[in-house]
Design a protein around this ligand. Structure first.
Ligand SMILES: [Zn+2]
Length: 251
């Protein structure tokens, strides 16, 4: 497989996308249309390193897009096909995330293995602008609400932490391309894991350890609370994003 199958109507064919086809792709299970976008960081310093790995048949990993820190967008797998980026994962009660998702890799060295922020770089404006362009096309193409855009850490808590707490979800939310930290929360003063998990399941999180779900949730919605013990605001913010998600579906 040296060339992708036809993708004329696919946003993949946009003129500002540099084609870099990957052999690591197949049909989506059941031929379903994508209804989710999973954002990642590459954990590598350069786009070239990431492209080499994501196009290596023996690595058995890929994504639909790679976005360099310069803003250059590479297209590896046509959106209608299944790329291999989510691994063991679940979202909204479904486990084959790759069959429903479009994977976007943002070039970033990522966290070191010990999870410390050392070396983990901010996502430059040019890279974010390119991502916004890609997401605008993808959401239009497949008629998806902003809530369809999630983090790898959302679908694989405890196993993955990308794109991480430096990723600007608020910026995506302001552009209508994702959900970020909510504007306002209703304070309940409640602090029970059971309530947190009920709201987390409603939002889409799968059956992972409590602390893992809390960590994934905070990296996206409460990045400044990452080091703190579980608290009432976690439940109230989770409930707020559940509300925003239910509204975002009905636009
Ligand atoms: Zn990832």
């Amino acid at each position: 497989m040296s060339q992708p199958t036809p993708f004329a109507a696919d946003a993949f064919a946009a003129p500002d996308v540099t084609l870099a086809p990957s052999p690591n792709r197949e049909a989506r299970l059941g031929g379903r249309a994508p209804d989710l976008v999973v954002l990642h960081y590459t954990g590598m310093r350069t786009a070239q390193e990431a492209l080499a790995r994501l196009r290596d048949a023996s690595a058995k990993v890929s994504s639909h897009y790679v976005i360099a820190q310069t803003g250059e967008v590479f297209g590896l797998v046509p959106e209608a096909e299944r790329a291999w980026h989510a691994g063991v994962s679940s979202w909204e009660g479904q486990e084959d995330v790759n069959s429903r998702a479009i994977g976007v890799e943002l070039v970033n060295p990522g966290h070191p293995w010990d999870g410390s922020p050392e070396g983990y770089a901010p996502f430059p404006d040019r890279q974010m602008t390119a991502l916004e362009r890609v997401l605008t096309r993808v959401l239009e193409q497949w008629r998806l609400p902003p809530s369809a855009v999630v983090a790898h850490s959302d679908v694989a808590p405890g196993r993955k932490i990308d794109p991480g707490e430096k990723f600007d979800w608020l910026r995506l939310a302001r552009s209508g391309l994702g959900l970020g930290p909510p504007h306002a929360i209703a304070r309940s003063g409640e602090c029970s894991w059971a309530s947190f998990r009920r709201a987390a399941t409603e939002f889409g999180y799968g059956d992972w350890a409590d602390e893992a779900v809390l960590d994934a949730f905070r990296r996206r919605f409460r990045p400044t609370a990452l080091a703190r013990a579980f608290e009432a605001d976690d439940i109230d913010v989770m409930r707020a994003v559940v509300r925003v998600k239910s509204q975002s579906k009905h636009i």
